[in-house]
Design a protein around this ligand. Sequence first.
Ligand code: MN
Length: 228
Amino acid sequence: MSAFVIPAPSQSVVPVLGRAELFPVRRILCVGRNYAAHRREMGGDDREPPFFFAKPADAVRTDGADIAYPSATSNLHHEIELVVALGAGGADIDTSAALDCVFGYAAGVDLTRRDLQSAAKDKGQPWEASKSFDASAPMGPIRPWAGAGAAPQGRIALSVNGATRQDASLSDMIWSVPEIIAQASRLWTLAPGDLIFTGTPEGVGPLVRGDRVQGEIEGVGEVAFKIV
Ligand code: MN
């Protein structure tokens, strides 16, 4: 009789700026179509509210690690996003109390197999294969943020090989950070370790092997990696 040897689960962690500690990732929620101009470039209806999807916690990559071009796609897209890291959670959180749950913020990229996403939309199928694949959530370190302080409102931008592709303002978000936390907490009980990718502005586009991706969020930080 043989026995399986099951290794201990590996915990995804994210560096915290200025501290020796690491942020342990529990869950990754993502907001879709949270900027009007991006919703239009995706062919969305202007009256349709944003919505949520998820990535597995082990999709996180940090420290600028190279990212292998994923399998089963020929149209990998970049989506620069503000990432909210929660230090507290709960259910049915009021918008007025939502920022008290914030541990910090980071710059992240929601990598997307756009061709598989388009096919899923056409067939009314789920998005997992287009959004929830290995290494689909590269991000920079988390900048701790006083929970009660206003969420960042500055520039959000992404360049590929030095050429700007996305350049917008966090103030263009349809759902603000506190609204996102409150909305998410109506659907899931949030907890410390949860990350929320808050949606991308317009200008998404394809990546190929060899591309150097650099994202920046004013007052928050950067994310950088190479596709190999
Ligand atoms: Mn996205």
